[in-house]
Design a protein around this ligand. Structure first.
Ligand SMILES: O=C(O)CCC(=O)C(=O)O
Ligand SMILES: [Fe+2]
Length: 346
């Protein structure tokens, strides 16, 4: 467990301790629609709203719906087995291209930050089995069943969070959730950042994941053992991308949280656009903060939640004069994915 990620420090210019938001009233199905349930939902929506109007990152404690610490641990185990395959075996899992965004993506395949160079990460992407054929040939035997169980749990929870987001910004409860039917554009991305050289400080060390904002509605991010390295820029006003005037801040979990029992929630650029910038999309990156961190692997799992591609993303009339023209969700995602792959070719 990383001491760095669970320090006793409070917020300062260099660190941001993520606020826990209690979303269980949304994630746990209850047949009883009691007043207290209603109160808990209101509290959840308003506390998530409070974070997201400042920056997009918060945490929720597991279990959240069917996402339990136990299922998460099993999922990390199979992901680790996959990344521990030898290089030849992993190259056979390579099905990654901009059009389908599935399968293995080797080291050096993506650059978010063209100045710092390619990300020091390898990834394996899985998409909804209802719309896509994930090819698990060559994966460890338990990978597919565990990942499918995890996917189903993620879907349920993401739908609940979409409802909470709509309540939080004061539009119809199903405003976002009704755009999540096919899950066609959602992706689970398993990430492994292997051990690497340490250059003396984070700026002269390899970048594990370059500066970016997530594209979609929101991302559920799980970081094994809460390993450090994640940094963000808490934005002010309508800044979405990397503003050189804002400092990078190290993300920390509250000391009271078990790092393997939380999920980080991160709102994406599409949601910022959809809420007319009422909610933030926050630039973030993963660096190598110390020699000790450089010496070890870092594992994380991101579930990128994107509306179905044919859904129109138009600012709700309750959210003021639209700053953005309506766009189809699929068109928007394609535009953002192309940006990464173009940057990589530069
Ligand atoms: O691995 C992490 O902690 C963050 C990964 C991330 O931001 C991403 O893949 O979009
Ligand atoms: Fe991200």
């Amino acid at each position: 467990m990383s001491a760095l990620s669970r320090g006793m420090m409070s917020d300062d210019a260099n660190t941001l301790v993520l606020s826990p938001v209690n979303l269980s009233a949304y994630a746990t199905r209850s047949s009883v629609n009691s007043d207290s349930q209603e109160e808990r939902r209101k509290l959840a929506a308003s506390s998530w709203n409070d974070v997201c109007t400042r920056h997009g990152f918060s945490i929720a404690t597991l279990p959240l719906g069917r996402i339990t610490p136990e299922l998460l641990a099993r999922t990390f185990d199979v992901a680790k087995q996959l990344f521990t395959l030898d290089d030849d075996a992993k190259m056979k899992l390579r099905r990654h291209n901009p059009a389908d965004n599935m399968g293995y993506a080797p080291l050096g395949g993506e650059a978010h930050d063209t100045v710092r160079g390619a990300d020091r990460k390898e990834a394996f992407n899985v998409r909804s089995r209802r719309c896509h054929t994930n090819d698990y040939t060559g994966c460890p035997p338990d990978f597919q069943p565990v990942v499918e169980e995890f996917w189903d749990a993620l879907e349920d929870t993401a739908r609940a969070l979409a409802t909470c987001a709509a309540d939080a910004i004061g539009v119809e409860s199903d405003f976002f959730a009704k755009t999540l039917k096919s899950w066609e554009h959602c992706t689970i991305r398993f990430l492994h950042y292997p051990a690497c050289d340490f250059g003396g400080d984070e700026d002269s060390s390899p970048i594990r994941c370059g500066c970016h904002t997530d594209f979609g509605l929101f991302t559920l991010l799980f970081v094994k053992d809460g390993e450090s390295g994640l940094q963000l820029k808490a934005v002010d006003g309508s800044v979405e991308h990397d503003d050189p005037n804002l400092p990078w801040r190290n993300v920390q979990l509250p000391a009271s949280e078990d790092p393997n029992g939380v999920v980080m929630l991160n709102t994406g650029a599409l949601l910022a656009r959809w809420t007319n910038d009422a909610w933030r999309a926050t630039a973030h990156r993963v660096v190598v903060p110390s020699e000790a961190q450089a010496r070890q692997s870092r594992y994380s799992i991101a579930f990128f939640v994107d509306p179905d591609p044919e859904m129109e993303v138009a600012v709700h009339e309750k959210l003021g004069t639209p700053k953005y023209a309506p766009i189809l969700a699929g068109e928007y995602l394609r535009m953002r994915l192309d940006e990464i792959h173009l940057a990589q070719k530069k």
